[in-house]
Write a protein that binds this ligand. Structure first.
Ligand code: RFL
Length: 391
């Protein structure tokens, strides 16, 4: 079988949010890059996940002249309520602080980023199979893969950006022991459900049966979340059980619709350190996971992409690698700050509900803390700032 060799400045593995943002930033500054994506375009552009872009992310897109990627499929402003045992908490965010945050369904963001990248002449190769980063310690690392015709291609480059998510190949290509894994498992999962339900005013329910959520994911779809035991499987959750449990936890009628996807998402925090090995840099979920309660996973991927883009641009323009050398430390400072928020809000929301995990004492403390968030303008300001990503 034939083998083709090529050269570029940066190979980006993965066309998710991190890879596409990095690719667009490099393209704008005239730095050659190739994005290799395992799946086909249709699959990547339909994958529904997150969508809350915090104010730092919104500001970042504006500064890079890429505001257009946040447009499309507008979601009505609903789904922000917090319910506790059937009663809505009057949790008033400081509107000034949260003004710049917005909701852009992740699949819309990915579709827009792909369009802009390709329109600008970017090189994005879908269905790249058996991607394999090699020679990471040397000056010229390379990435080997199989194209759609079945031919092997080898791309030699200056840097590899591992943007291929938590189960990708990039981190796996680092020798054992070179990275340290820091993690915390909460001991419960979310059943994450995608349903054809138009946006509606529910939000998060805290209930002794466990946490539930119903949040808009585009004008005609909602994501439902149900806290469940860590070892549950989707087959234990037939559709009728899901709707019954949602109604019980919200203590109110819940609008139902066709369920199109069900999966179990274990609640965990993970950080790999350092986020670099030789000339391989790890970004986004490839380097860290935050529990979804915080809505920060997507935002962390945006941050990593901007830090690495600026470091590569600086190195290419000035011949100075200092920003690349500090990439991991810069990102990790930001990540631990977001992990702290994610851990706090995850524990607060879950401990206040189902006492069978952390006990009645922790439940009462969590409820008192929630009440304080509602009653105290100072506490509420901090909560809003953390959620909006202004610090
Ligand atoms: P992604 O988005 O997973 O993109 C990785 C890309 O790499 C490709 N890939 C490969 N390509 C080439 N070769 C390989 N060997 C490859 N292996 C994988 C994949 O096909 C994909 O295109 O990672 P990235 O860019 O780091 O972005 C991270 C975010 O996607 C992630 O943090 C969030 O979606 C997490 N997340 C949520 N975050 C939030 O901020 N708020 C939320 O409400 C929220 N909800 C969610 C979520 C993640 C979920 N899943 C699927 C675990 C809900 C769900 C169900």
């Amino acid at each position: 079988m034939s083998e083709t060799s090529e050269n570029t400045a940066v190979v980006i593995v993965g066309a998710g949010v991190a890879g596409l943002v990095l690719g667009n930033f490099l393209l704008r500054k005239g730095i050659e890059c190739i994005i290799l994506e395992k799946h086909d375009r249709e699959y990547v552009e339909q994958r529904q996940r997150a969508g809350s872009i915090d104010s730092r992310g919104v500001r970042m897109f504006r500064e890079w002249g890429l505001e257009e990627v946040l447009e499309g499929d507008p979601v009505p402003e609903v789904g922000n309520g917090y319910w506790i045992d059937g009663e809505e908490l009057p949790l008033a965010y400081d509107k000034d602080i949260t003004r710049d945050t917005l909701f852009c369904p992740q699949q819309v963001l990915v579709r827009n980023l792909t369009d802009v990248f390709l329109r600008g002449g970017g090189d994005l190769r879908f269905e790249a199979a058996d991607v394999s980063p090699e020679a990471l310690e040397g000056e010229r690392p390379r990435v080997r893969y199989r194209d759609t015709a079945g031919s092997t291609r080898v791309v030699t480059c200056d840097f590899i950006a591992g943007c291929d998510g938590y189960r990708g190949i990039s981190r796996e290509s680092v020798p054992a022991g070179a990275l340290t894994r820091h993690s915390h498992e909460y001991g419960y999962s979310w059943l994450s459900v995608l349903a054809e339900v138009p946006a509606n005013p529910l939000g998060i329910a805290i209930h002794s049966r466990g946490l539930a959520g119903m949040l808009p994911r585009g004008a005609h779809a909602s994501r439902l979340y149900l806290q469940c035991p860590a070892d549950d499987t989707p087959s234990q959750w037939p559709d009728e059980r899901i709707w019954k449990e949602m109604a019980a936890r919200f203590a109110a009628p819940v609008p139902a619709g066709r369920i199109v996807d069900k999966r179990i998402v274990p609640l965990r925090c993970v950080v790999y350190s350092p986020m670099r090995y030789g000339r391989l840099y790890l970004l986004g979920d490839a380097a860290h996971i935050v529990p979804p309660m915080s809505a920060k996973g997507l935002n962390l991927a945006l941050h990593d992409a901007e830090v690495l883009a600026r470091a590569i641009i600086h190195r290419n323009r000035k011949g100075d690698a200092s920003l690349l050398d500090s990439y991991s430390d810069t990102c990790l400072r930001h990540i631990w700050n977001y992990q702290a928020f994610a851990a706090w809000i995850t524990e607060l929301m879950h401990n206040a509900g189902d006492a069978s995990y952390e006990g009645e004492f922790r439940k009462q403390i969590a409820r008192a803390e929630l009440a304080r968030q509602v009653a105290s303008p100072a506490a509420n300001k901090l909560f809003s700032e953390l959620l909006a990503g202004v610090n």
